[in-house]
Design a protein around this ligand. Structure first.
Ligand code: NAD
Ligand code: ZN
Length: 373
């Protein structure tokens, strides 16, 4: 099989603008699939790696982990995929054989892309080169490229009729927020919920709370422009913490007779994580960390947990990825979950820096990059 030369947006170093480059994409090896990427979303986790993360070793890389595409070719030993299949790359794999995959309590997988090797697939090599340098594959996926190579344990085959420029969102943000509410928090009918941060992840969490039957959903964000969208997904009350001269957890406690049943932090800020926990009702309140950060410790008073609250975290919404993503695509196509409403902008791969800037400045929910036809 041949090496493919194609366009990709390369992040040569942290904080710098991405550069459009011609890269070489090697043929898929044993168990791997080469995918023609059709569309991709831009997620805050891409920005986190580029601007906020402490580990600067994961460069140069091709970012993007919220994509969808079509199988171009398959490596030896791949039997479940064939050229032409529609697929969604998974930043969280499901090998089906490790102790985590076999356990129903978790969606982790021991064979996931390894931070040990810095953002490549599950082995220490990459299939990308550019200007004779190896280029890492961010979160094992790299969807800001016309072609990528991914291990079959990190690819979901989806419905032939699925619109790729929309279902790509199920590769990360929407599955993450939705699952955090319905799986990790386990939102119950009639409950009162609060979602902190109303990006795509938070809005999907609002949608999850609504679908699980919550009776009241507080949408909390410092950017009030997000409130209108939150209403579309089922939020009933809207709070800007900056508009109050006391902690928002106290405001929520007063409005709910002691605190909410479920809170979800979808910002990636340790102070907000603490606030979300403090906003829960004692006795049974559950607070879920969804926002992504690994740069500093968080703190809380022990009495928060001693009083009977539960603090937990959620990766990819607790969904076992390969099993669940095809079902979520069906849920979209049958109208059980929304996707179109998250899309506020559409751009080309060449405009990726503009798309990143839109998210950085809070002007978009999701910008879809059309990568190829
Ligand atoms: P986004 O930037 O679109 O949304 C973040 C929102 O938080 C914005 O609306 C912003 O105004 C709001 N915000 C900022 N500071 C706030 C504060 N102090 N109080 C209340 N709201 C505040 O990001 P996104 O793409 O929706 O991602 C959200 C988070 O989820 C990120 O941290 C991302 O890395 C993380 N994430 C986690 C997983 C996972 O598996 N756990 C997966 C995907 C993304
Ligand atoms: Zn993401």
């Amino acid at each position: 099989m041949n090496v493919i030369k194609c366009r990709a947006a390369v992040a040569w170093e942290p904080t710098a603008a991405l550069m459009m480059e011609e890269i070489e994409v090697a043929p898929p090896q044993e168990g791997e699939i080469r995918i023609k990427v059709v569309a991709t979303g831009v997620c805050h986790t891409d920005l986190y790696h580029l601007f906020e993360g402490k580990d600067k070793r994961g460069f140069p890389t091709v970012l993007g982990h919220e994509g969808a595409g079509v199988v171009e070719s398959v490596g030896p030993g791949v039997t479940d995929f064939k050229p032409g299949d529609k697929v969604i790359p998974l930043f969280l794999s499901q090998c089906g054989e490790c102790k985590f995959c076999k356990c129903p309590k978790t969606n982790l997988c021991d064979r996931n892309w390894s931070s040990k090797y810095h953002d490549i697939m599950s082995d220490p090599t990459t299939r990308f080169t550019c200007r004779d340098r190896p280029i890492l594959q961010f979160m094992g996926t790299s969807t800001f490229s016309e072609y990528t190579v991914i291990n079959q344990i990190a690819v979901a085959k989806i419905d032939d009729d699925a619109p790729l420029e929309r279902v790509c969102l199920l590769g990360c943000g929407i599955s993450t927020g939705y699952g955090a509410a319905v799986n990790t928090a386990g939102v119950t009918p009639g409950s009162v919920c609060a979602v902190f941060g109303l990006g795509a992840v938070g809005l999907a969490a609002v949608m999850g709370c609504k679908n699980a039957g919550a009776s009241r959903i507080f949408a909390v964000d410092i950017n009030e422009q997000k409130f209108e969208k939150a209403k579309v997904f089922g939020a009933t009350d809207f709070l800007n913490p900056k508009a109050y001269n006391k902690p928002i957890s106290e405001v929520l406690a007063e409005m709910t007779n002691g605190g909410v049943d479920f809170s979800l932090e979808c910002v990636g800020n340790t102070e907000v994580m603490r606030t979300a926990l403090e906003s829960c009702v004692k006795g049974w309140g559950v607070s879920v960390l969804v926002g992504w950060t690994d740069v500093k410790d968080f703190s809380a008073r022990p009495i928060q947990l001693i009083s009977g609250k539960t603090w937990k975290g959620s990766l990819f919404g607790g969904f076992k990825s390969k099993d669940s993503v095809p079902n979520l695509v069906c849920d979209y196509m049958t109208g059980k979950i929304k996707l179109d409403e998250f899309i506020t902008h559409k751009m080309s791969l060449e405009q990726v820096n503009d798309a990143i800037n839109l998210m950085k400045t809070g002007q978009c929910i999701r910008c879809i990059l059309n990568i190829s036809k």
